[in-house]
Design a protein around this ligand. Structure first.
Ligand SMILES: [Zn+2]
Length: 131
C-alpha cells in the first residue's frame, strides 16, 4: 500500500501508482504537470519538465483537479497537502516549493516528522505553529 495524497481544498486525489502529481508554474509563467514520488523524503522528479529551471527557483504549485494554489500558512516557501498512509492515518504534509531544497514535514497534531537534508530550515517554525 502507498501513501495517498489529497488536495486540502477540493479533496481531489493527487496520487496514483506511486506518483504524486501537481500542476506547477515557473517564474516566467510556464506551466506543466510535475510528478514526484509518494514516498516522503524521495526528491526525484519523475517526469521531464518542458522548461528549464535552476536550483533556488520557486515553483507555484496548484491542484491539478481544482486549480487551487497549494499554499502553506506557515511559510511562503512551503506548500501543504493531505496524506493518508497505509494504516489509514491522515496527516498534513508540507514541503518546500524551492527547486533543489529538500525539506518535508509530516504533521499529525503536535507530532512533526521531518525529512530531507534541508529539513532544519523550517523545522522550528513548523513545530512552533503546531504546538
Ligand atoms: Zn483541489
Amino acid at each position: 500500500m502507498e501513501n495517498t495524497f489529497k488536495c486540502p481544498k477540493c479533496g481531489g486525489v493527487l496520487s496514483q501508482d506511486g506518483n504524486l502529481i501537481f500542476a506547477v508554474e515557473n517564474k516566467t509563467g510556464q506551466r506543466s504537470l510535475l510528478m514526484l514520488s509518494t514516498k516522503l523524503g524521495d526528491y526525484g522528479i519523475k517526469n521531464t519538465l518542458p522548461f528549464r529551471f535552476d536550483v533556488g527557483d520557486k515553483f507555484n504549485f496548484y491542484c491539478p483537479v481544482c486549480q487551487a494554489p497549494l499554499e502553506c500558512e506557515e511559510h511562503e516557501d512551503l506548500i501543504k497537502v493531505e496524506m493518508t498512509d497505509d494504516s489509514d492515518h491522515t496527516y498534513q504534509v508540507c514541503f518546500s516549493r524551492v527547486a533543489g531544497e529538500q525539506s518535508t514535514y509530516r504533521i499529525y497534531g503536535k507530532n512533526v516528522t521531518a525529512y530531507g537534508q534541508d529539513a532544519g530550515k523550517y523545522e522550528n517554525l513548523i513545530k512552533e505553529v503546531n504546538l
